[in-house]
Design a protein around this ligand. Sequence first.
Ligand SMILES: Cc1cc2nc3c(=O)[nH]c(=O)nc-3n(C[C@H](O)[C@H](O)[C@H](O)COP(=O)(O)OP(=O)(O)OC[C@H]3O[C@@H](n4cnc5c(N)ncnc54)[C@H](O)[C@@H]3O)c2cc1C
Length: 592
Amino acid sequence: MPSYTAPVKDFQFVLHDVLKASESAIPGYDELDRDFTSAILEEAGKIASEVLAPLNPVGDQQGCRLENGVVHTPEGFKAAFDQLREGGWTGLDCDPDFGGQGMPYVMGVATGEMFTAANMAFTMYQGLTHGAYSAIHIHGTDQQKQTYLPKMVSCEWTGTMNLTEPHCGTDLGLMRTKAEPQEDGSYKISGQKIFISAGDHDMSDNVIHLVLAKIPGGPDGIKGVSLFIVPKFLVNEDGSLGARNGVSVGKLEEKMGIHGNATCVMNYDEATGYLLGTAHKGMRAMFTMMNEARLGVGMQGLAVAEAAYQNAVIYAKDRLQGRAVTGTQNPDGPADPLIVHPDIRRALMDQKSFVEGARAFALWGAQMIDQARRSEDAAAEGMISLLTPVLKGFLTDEGFACAVQAQQVYGGHGYIEEWGMSQFTRDARIAMIYEGANGIQALDLVGRKLAAEGGKPAMALFEMIKTFCKENAGDEEIAKQFIEPLKTASKQLQEAAMYFMQNGMKNPNHALAGSTDFLHLFGHVCLGFMWSKMAIAAKEALASGAGDAAFYETKIATGRYYMARRLPATAMHLQRILSGADPVMALDAANF
Ligand SMILES: Cc1cc2nc3c(=O)[nH]c(=O)nc-3n(C[C@H](O)[C@H](O)[C@H](O)COP(=O)(O)OP(=O)(O)OC[C@H]3O[C@@H](n4cnc5c(N)ncnc54)[C@H](O)[C@@H]3O)c2cc1C
């Protein structure tokens, strides 16, 4: 059975040496000193490895069951969920006014990575609740907040997001679910939603569905979509649970992975719903949930890659096959361990350098969300909005690729279910699809985010990297190994953006045909930026003589690998982008 050990030291390094969390002016960050974050991360790590990881294969093998309209989660899930709840983990970064612990979001993201790495399907129940909590917290009336949030913070009630319908996933303007206004101000919701994660289950007393629907007579298409709170059980004025609402599970989907998470067809049959936010502005409110969910999904890519990588390392040190070409390393054994072989090293270094770079990127993103929310900083809001499709698309594409590489290290045993590596690849696959398929993330990046606010956030990022490169050009070794490659990659990113600006107006296909390459080029630049920051922080720590020298030396060597072996992918992505739409659009549909 695969194991998971939370990389607490790495989290601490990113939070303190790189992001300098406790020195930040963001309200609440002054409390994040090393001892405080260490206590939280150690404890979360224990739950992840001792409680959640052992349930991961159980969830995969048993899956969920629908019996007489009730969804049953796999054995042990409910007890683990209770444990998480009792420990206050579900409300770690939630508003204290509603029972949360009020910690910065960055701590929720750090512990979330651990829980997800240990058991992605399980952690989704809480992750979706958190997203629904945020949407109600930001867009709800006082009464809605008082009614729903305390129970959602404690996860006594869980949340869902309902967008997808059988005929519309990406193109939500085609939505058919209807919301008929009632005299008492509520709405009757009717329609069918499919693929609803955590749609129903036996771990909470109520499920609060956030449902997109159209109010008849409203504008056509996406502009006529509104968001509604639709509880499974109606809530009485005193907060107790009332009658069962007109919402039921039509079916549980059979699927490739995340078997422990209930993916439901939800039927709404004149269910009572309450408008959340403004009528016809549902996408705005839903985006609160979706932006957070997109960072969460990006983190799923990185988290599963981390878990898969850890097991690949154990296997590569244990499995004896062949001899090192440069001389026997294990003379007492019949063969050397896999880890002596350069190609296995390459696979492991690809994974290690991605996962650690991605962790820094995700925590940097979370810090930006804290800055935007806690300091009401519009520049941070613009920047995280720009980076959200990159975090989602790049981390899940690469995370899946890493999970496949980890599986490859196991050879045939990686394909056999007993070893658990197949579950990692099957689970990681969905992260590239839901929360807006990665192709759509790339369109969002190129079509909307790049030009948002007249290109201000994008220019700010290019400027930030340029200033950073200038400020750190003094150290010859760092300059050669990190700053120069970062500068080159950043210039390539700007050249690609310029190409879109010059050619996209004439023919939008020139921009759209290069969108996925642009997302990956962008992702590599962000990770190159993170690795440069980490290398400098590690070098400073080494010079101070404090801490674990081997850890910092390993960090720098891993960063060097990324800059030398992964970052050059930017040149290929740029070349593809500059080839424009013609090679992509050359064939008539009939010729495929
Ligand atoms: C396990 C699972 C859990 C899910 N959980 C939820 C949930 O909790 N709530 C929820 O509402 N939904 C959920 N979904 C639905 C998921 O978000 C959608 O499947 C996804 O958004 C894609 O929609 P679709 O499947 O209809 O694909 P389509 O929209 O039909 O897209 C098909 C492909 O075409 C591409 N494409 C579409 N339009 C364009 C375009 N204009 N330009 C270029 N490419 C395009 C897409 O990128 C995609 O690759 C879940 C799905 C699964 C499988």
